[in-house]
Design a protein around this ligand. Structure first.
Ligand SMILES: [Zn+2]
Length: 114
């Protein structure tokens, strides 16, 4: 199935622009875009992306223990910021949301499988 909202080209452009080599450092990407990462209590959610008056913030569930899971979730949230058709100023993501991105071979999985 082809779709106009293919995140692949955006992921590749970013990799190229920031000269990223595997393993991808999602913290470096966040630094580059001045995205603040914070850990907090988030009951049923994995992460939240917030864009407010030009300030960008990713709030991660403090209960995510695995580094790879954390990286994957951050990559997912970066996707909300980068992809032009993601226009909301806030995304609240649960694990199902993050998993479904994965299965659609989206932005974050491009990073992780790069
Ligand atoms: Zn999400």
């Amino acid at each position: 199935m082809s779709t106009i909202s293919d995140p692949g080209p955006f992921a590749r452009e970013l990799l190229h622009k920031l000269d990223l080599k595997p393993p991808i450092d999602v913290f470096f990407i966040c630094d580059n875009f001045n995205i603040i990462i914070k850990n907090d209590k988030l009951r049923d959610f994995e992460a939240v992306f917030i864009l407010h008056k030009g300030a960008k913030k990713i709030v991660l569930n403090e209960n995510i223990n695995y580094e790879t899971r954390k990286n994957f979730t951050i990559a997912h949230e970066i996707g909300h910021y980068i992809l032009p058709w993601h226009k909301q100023t806030m995304y609240i993501c649960d694990s199902i949301d993050i998993q479904s991105f994965q299965s659609k071979k989206s932005y974050d999985s491009y990073f992780i499988n790069f």
